[in-house]
Design a protein around this ligand. Structure first.
Ligand code: AHR
Length: 509
């Protein structure tokens, strides 16, 4: 049996868990909005046309914040098309996903949905085909209290109070040649800085996210952020990161180690931002907003052309996730939590139907994909402080990332309740691993309150409309608790099944 170990210490704190780590993303893309969150004719639709089954699942998922309205979509979007009487709203081409946007849902509808889902909105402005003025306009509509043309328009449209959105993205993936309005780092840096300055004159305490790299393999990775921040350091708060992972050519070993790339991504951009800060002699720190991350079988999408016909809400990138995908999603959450000192916002992309934890059928049911489970457990259990861990783990060799640890883990400690939670992934494809967790620094009265694992003999198993609960979390067995005087544990040994993601909550006896 393989063995790994770690010692936890309540004094070794990375940072508090940021609730914004559990963000998601709703883009006007495919069936995320239409027949995803919104389907007026559906038997379970509420008075505003929102699917209550999807709302219930979004709440169960534990989503805290949702980025809206795109994505690539936003780079050609006119926000004003989506406000006012629905019958008067124009149908437009969406060039990003080659589909028709009916504009039945716009910011007023989405804000209603967000209130029902109890999530914060992260709003992205179009800096692809538009600029400073339009960003100011949409900000005036959304956040200005009253007494101006656009704030009064919002009030006339039924929203008397401003929405008070704090977190704003300055465009989307403008480093990518696929983006409508793609820019050079210099062009984007100047535009982001000018837009940020203007938005701040309207509302000084906004939190502004400048677009960073669309992936760590972009040719401008690092230099994009450096140039951007040379221009915008003082006026933005975050740089965004986007990363999607998939299994290439049956290389499961590399795929399971995807979080190695996420760690590298975060460490590189933190170092880049801090280097610019040093050059500028600034005391300010730029944080990271990992506002698109997930498993996405992008190569399948790239090899299949977008629909020829211009359709409303076509089925686009409706990836069906298996057990291995869910284990990777769990391990990416471990990476995000580990970096909680600098990654203080993150969005899994996307929420419904489009590379999503929640699937729906028009007029039919909604169900949880495999990747729903690690997200929901992490969002529910990660509370208090993230602890710094030094894990001693065997390593294995991967095609893409060299040697990767078999076991990766993160832990949280909630000083309010005393609860300690360990999230752990076993990447070994054959064997269980005995993972010894030394808890002596917490005293001897911790005992296991709950322990869950996501694993399966068939790592390709998926959840479908007809078998929606084929893959769920199972109780983790084989836990040995020892070392305490009163039945509690000075340490706990977990037997982590092969290719698994697990969450264990320990509480005071
Ligand atoms: O989430 C799907 C797409 O991935 C987004 O529209 C874009 O920002 C990214 O490339």
């Amino acid at each position: 049996m393989l063995r790994a170990r770690v010692a936890l210490n309540p004094a070794s704190v990375v940072a508090p868990v940021s609730r914004r780590t559990f963000g998601s993303f709703v883009e006007h893309m495919g069936r995320c909005v239409y027949t995803g969150i919104y389907e007026p004719g559906h038997p379970l639709a509420d008075e505003d046309g929102f699917r209550t089954d999807v709302l219930a699942l979004a709440r169960e998922l534990g989503v805290t914040m949702v980025r809206y309205p795109g994505g690539n979509f936003v780079s050609g979007y006119r926000w004003e098309d989506g406000v006012g009487p629905v019958a008067d709203r124009p149908r437009r081409r969406d060039l990003a996903w080659r589909s028709i946007e009916t504009n039945e849902v716009g910011i007023d509808e989405f804000a209603k949905w967000a209130e029902k889902a109890d999530v914060e909105i992260m709003y992205a402005v179009n800096l692809g085909t538009r600029g400073v003025q339009e960003a100011l306009d949409v900000h005036e509509y959304i956040n200005h209290p009253e007494g101006t043309h656009l704030s009064e328009l919002r009030r006339a449209n039924g929203a008397e109070k401003p929405y008070g959105i704090k977190l704003w993205c300055l465009g989307n993936e403008l480093d990518g040649p696929w983006q409508t309005g793609h820019k050079t780092p210099e062009e984007y840096g100047l535009l982001a800085a000018a837009t940020a300055r203007a938005l701040r004159s309207a509302e000084p305490d906004l939190e502004l996210v400048a677009c960073g790299s669309s992936s760590s393999i972009m040719p401008t990775f690092g230099s994009w952020e450096s140039t951007l921040l040379e221009h915008a350091y003082d006026v933005v708060d975050y740089v965004s990161c986007h990363a999607y992972y998939e299994e290439h050519d049956g290389d499961l070993g590399s795929f399971l180690a995807s979080a190695v790339d996420m760690d590298h991504f975060v460490n590189s951009i933190v170092a880049t931002a801090d280097a610019v800060g040093a050059r500028l002699k600034s005391k300010k720190k730029i944080n990271l907003s990992f506002d698109e991350w997930n498993v996405w079988y992008l190569s399948r999408f790239q090899s299949a052309p977008l629909p020829k016909e211009w359709e409303v809400a076509p089925r686009v990138i409706e990836d069906q996730y298996n057990v291995a995908d869910a284990v990777v999603v769990g391990s990416l959450l471990i990476s995000l939590l580990r970096h909680s000192d600098r990654v203080t916002a993150a969005c899994q992309a996307q929420l419904v139907n489009v590379i999503a934890p929640i699937m729906t059928e028009p007029g039919g049911p909604a169900w949880r994909q495999t990747i729903f489970h690690p997200f929901a457990r992490t969002a529910a259990l990660a509370k208090g402080d993230v602890l710094r861990l030094e894990i001693q783990s065997p390593v294995y060799s991967t095609e893409k990332y060299g040697e990767a640890p078999v076991i990766d883990a993160v832990a949280t400690h909630d000083p309010a309740t005393g609860d300690v939670v360990v999230f752990a992934v076993n990447r070994d494809q054959e064997q269980s691993v005995e993972f010894a967790v030394d808890l002596r620094a917490f005293g001897d009265d911790l005992t296991v309150a709950e322990a869950w694992t996501l694993t399966d003999d068939d790592v390709r198993a998926t959840n479908t409309k007809d078998d929606p609960d084929r893959v769920t979390m199972q109780p983790l067995t084989g836990i040995a608790l020892g070392g305490g005087d009163n039945g509690g544990g000075g340490d706990v040994t977990l037997t982590l099944p092969r290719i698994s993601w697990s969450a264990i909550r320990l509480t005071r006896v």
